[in-house]
Design a protein around this ligand. Structure first.
Ligand SMILES: Nc1nc2c(ncn2[C@@H]2O[C@H](COP(=O)(O)OP(=O)(O)OP(=O)(O)O)[C@@H](O)[C@H]2O)c(=O)[nH]1
Ligand SMILES: [Mg+2]
Length: 312
């Protein structure tokens, strides 16, 4: 499941209370302070593709500080937790409406743990030798964060059904998504990561997709969030140029701004045609003004070129 918009409940740890204790034989107070509650941090992560790990009703909690103990022993501090968030995501505190964007791997304190309470030892003085006071720890901050991932991927693989998009994703990254020789195998975008770049394999588009044909345009919403568009066109297509135009038309009808993104063409399945035909098809597709690269999942050598382009 691909998740790009979610609410996350977080809770920092409470401060531990101080304690009331006395040394044996009435030799004075020795109630220790509590421990501080753990903080909740968030941190950008280049290797995260989406927010599915936060799906579900879970509350992400840091642990509370321990209670102070006798003999002036301080309670244990609660442990911090760090939530990893994909780069580029925006985070809104649903209560204050404060919003910021995740742009670096620096840890950001998002919910502060409660302060420890003091034990009775801390209240002792020359005029107050048998203190029975202590403090409770304060509560950790509790927040609800609305997290939206604006850019789902650096690169989007798009094209007609069966063009070989999912197969490419599997070859280029460690993804293991289903591929099959029929149309609409992919029903939701799949993501893979290579060299810190997220690649999205987007379900096949057909003529009329922008009007709701096939799987419709809901996936164009994802293309909109992509940095670079990679058109996948099978070398076995009857007319590669027509295929390109069909896909471009759908993009344009949905949102002309999509066409302003950087685009390249991958001529896929080149093992199905001979070298001469491959050259001819590359020449034909080059008339679009886009760079064209031949690939076949049965020719791993070609992938090093494609990988280089993608990491650039
Ligand atoms: N001969 C050959 N077949 C390929 C190549 N790449 C993919 N295929 C086959 O083409 C079929 C479709 O591949 P997919 O990767 O599922 O295609 P897709 O573009 O993701 O298709 P949808 O998810 O339906 O949009 C599968 O049977 C693949 O094994 C290739 O380079 N050469
Ligand atoms: Mg697919």
């Amino acid at each position: 499941m691909f998740v790009d918009d979610i609410e996350i409940d977080i809770q920092a740890g409470d401060g531990g209370s101080g304690t009331v204790a006395f040394f044996p034989n009435k030799k004075g107070p020795c109630g220790g302070n509590g421990g501080n509650g753990g903080n909740v941090y968030i941190q950008g992560d280049h290797n995260m593709a989406d927010l599915h790990m936060y799906a579900g009703a879970k509350v992400w909690k840091a642990t509370s500080g321990g209670r102070g103990m006798s003999f002036n022993k301080i309670g244990k501090d609660g442990e911090d937790i760090t939530l990893r968030i994909p780069m580029g995501a925006s985070i809104t505190d649903t209560e204050t409406q404060e919003t910021f964007e995740i742009t670096s791997i620096e840890k950001i304190l998002i919910a502060r743990g409660g302060k420890a309470g003091r034990g009775n030892k801390a209240f002792a003085s020359s005029t107050h030798q048998v203190p029975r006071e202590f403090e409770k720890g304060t509560l950790g901050e509790v927040k609800k964060l609305h997290v939206i991932q604006r850019l789902i991927a650096d690169i989007g693989l798009i094209g007609l059904p069966n063009a070989g998009k999912s197969s490419l994703l599997n070859e280029l990254t460690a993804a293991q998504v289903k591929t099959a020789m029929y149309a609409f195998t992919t029903l939701e975008p799949n993501l893979g990561v290579i060299d810190k770049k997220v690649i999205a394999d987007i379900p096949g588009l057909i003529e009329g997709a922008s009007q709701g044909k096939g799987l419709g345009i809901k996936f164009l919403k994802h293309i909109e969030k992509v940095g670079m568009i990679v058109h996948c066109i099978s070398a076995a297509s009857e007319d590669v140029l027509k295929v390109y135009k069909v896909v471009v038309k759908e993009l344009e009808e949905y949102n002309p701004e999509l066409l302003e993104k950087e685009q390249i063409i991958l001529l896929t399945k080149t093992d199905l045609v001979d070298e001469k035909q491959t050259k001819k098809l590359i020449k034909k597709l080059s008339t679009t003004g886009k760079k064209v690269y031949p690939v076949s999942i049965y020719n791993p050598d070609q992938f090093s070129d494609v990988k280089k382009i993608i990491s650039k």
